[in-house]
Design a protein around this ligand. Structure first.
Ligand code: ATP
Length: 237
């Protein structure tokens, strides 16, 4: 497996808060890798660092040979590293279709946008039924689908998903995880950040446990799901 993303000894500091402390992990081409961690562990900071929104004070962050520690956010997105932020952030007064179209903002090829929209609607028929509905009137699960669909219209090579299960009922979490697995099966590499370890470990190939800004455990997802430390801390004993 070829490593596509490599984070090595990254530190991020906000004033007095040391959010990432020598964080290291890798993502291989075609994988779903999950970062598990509780509130404040540094998961969103990691995603924001990969998108160029916050900068590491030290360490290295490279993806496909691109230095993400210095690259501009626009160039990172255009190269295909697309971030679905925590809390979905879809536009509530725009329709589903308009929200999805926004994902093509950085894409010049109109035919590519049209065919990706078709793929999104085929993968998530619920969105096709609701294409004219306003974003703000969708259920939480539907809003998460729009957020993922919007990212797919941008043609991601590496998709960053920040807590896609947040606030969703268990059945809806399962549906969202199935969509993520399908996106990966269709060829997109995924970095998934989750507090819901149970759901995430079912679809991830590998996972890292992140605690106070450092990776403290790593391994194949199936092994971590059986690890007593993970069961105790993240799978409810
Ligand atoms: P959550 O699941 O609650 O979002 P997280 O694992 O994503 O948690 P981060 O949001 O990355 O964690 O936060 C890591 C630490 O950095 C926390 O202590 C947080 O308070 C702090 N932090 C995050 N953003 C900022 C900021 N802009 N300014 C100052 N401190 C921040």
């Amino acid at each position: 497996m070829t490593t596509t993303l490599e984070v090595s000894d990254a530190d991020v500091v906000y004033g007095r808060v040391h959010a990432l402390r020598r964080l290291s992990f890798t993502v291989g081409e075609g994988e779903i890798v999950c970062l598990l961690g509780n509130n404040g562990a540094g998961k969103s900071t990691t995603m924001n660092m990969l998108s160029g929104l916050v900068r590491p004070r030290s360490g290295s962050v490279t993806w496909q040979g691109m230095d993400l520690a210095t690259a501009k956010p626009w160039d990172i997105v255009t190269a295909g590293l697309i971030h679905v932020p925590e809390g979905r952030r879809i536009f509530s007064t725009m329709t589903v279709h308009e929200n999805l179209l926004l994902g093509g903002y950085t894409v010049r090829d109109q035919k590519a946008i049209a065919s990706r929209l078709d793929e999104v609607y085929a993968m998530m028929p619920r969105l096709a039924e609701r294409r004219a509905q306003q974003g703000g009137t969708l259920s939480g699960g539907e809003q998460q689908m729009v957020a993922i669909g919007r990212a797919l219209v941008g043609g991601p090579k590496l998709l960053l998903l920040d807590e896609p299960s947040m606030g969703l009922a268990p059945l809806v979490v399962k549906q969202v995880m199935e969509i993520i697995a399908a996106v990966n099966a269709a060829g997109t590499t995924v970095l998934l950040v989750e507090q819901n370890a149970r759901a995430a470990l079912k679809i991830a190939h590998r996972a890292y446990v992140v605690e106070t800004g450092s990776a403290t455990l790593e391994g194949p997802a199936a092994d971590l799901a059986k690890d007593p430390r993970v069961i105790e801390a993240y799978l409810g004993g």
